[in-house]
Design a protein around this ligand. Structure first.
Ligand SMILES: Cc1cc2nc3c(=O)[nH]c(=O)nc-3n(C[C@H](O)[C@H](O)[C@H](O)COP(=O)(O)O)c2cc1C
Length: 185
């Protein structure tokens, strides 16, 4: 069976990270299942040079966020896990509280219950106690909180370099090969 991964895109800033993640995953040959919220689609078009249609074309399968009959809504559908990039505080709160009212948050809930890897690229600053508490809950449930932090030791020459470094850290969580950043030697 070909490896599969779920990518959720929620309505936070830094949508460039979603695009770079999808491009990097495509290069690995893994099968990509994509779910985006309506706000995410709007922010992609406002914040990046890409259209939603371009972003959707990077995935193998695109699911509607209200399709609870989708394959990825079930734990019996095997995947390596799920990345939510960027992850809004609203989506983080849904996941931390097991609400699963949308396909994106249901897929994240399933990923946790099946003890598969869930990586949330949470984007907000500063953080309230509620945000931190929700991050703590997801961590205790086995998820990985991976905020998009700048890395300066790599001497990035552009915002794209910084984004690719963060995406490299995301792919590292799944042991996927990449050359998105130079490892410290
Ligand atoms: C341009 C724009 C940028 C936003 N950036 C963030 C952000 O960085 N982090 C965040 O938690 N919410 C952000 N929001 C607010 C979320 O979009 C809002 O809470 C929304 O309900 C999230 O829904 P979703 O997670 O289902 O996409 C932003 C909204 C807009 C319009």
């Amino acid at each position: 069976m070909k490896d599969r991964i779920i990518v959720g895109i929620s309505g936070a800033s830094a949508q460039m990270l979603a695009v770079e993640t999808l491009k990097a995953l495509k290069d690995t040959g893994i099968e990509i299942h994509l779910i985006a919220t309506d706000t995410a689609k709007d922010i992609i078009e406002k914040e990046t040079e890409y259209s939603w249609d371009f972003v959707a074309d990077l995935a193998d399968v695109v699911h509607s966020d209200d399709d609870m009959f989708a394959s990825v809504a079930s734990g019996s559908y095997r995947t390596l896990g799920m990345i939510v990039v960027p992850c809004s505080m609203a989506t983080l709160a849904e996941i931390a509280n097991g609400l699963a009212t949308t396909l994106l948050t249901r897929a994240a809930d399933v990923t946790l219950k099946e003890r598969r890897k869930l990586v949330l690229v949470t984007r907000e600053t500063p953080l309230s106690y509620i945000h931190i508490k929700n991050m703590s809950t997801v961590t205790k449930a086995g998820g990985v909180i991976l905020p998009p932090m700048f890395t300066m030791y790599s001497k990035p020459g552009s915002i794209e370099d910084m984004a690719r470094h963060i995406v490299g850290k995301v792919l590292d969580q799944f042991d996927l090969e990449h050359d998105l950043y130079r490892r410290w030697e």
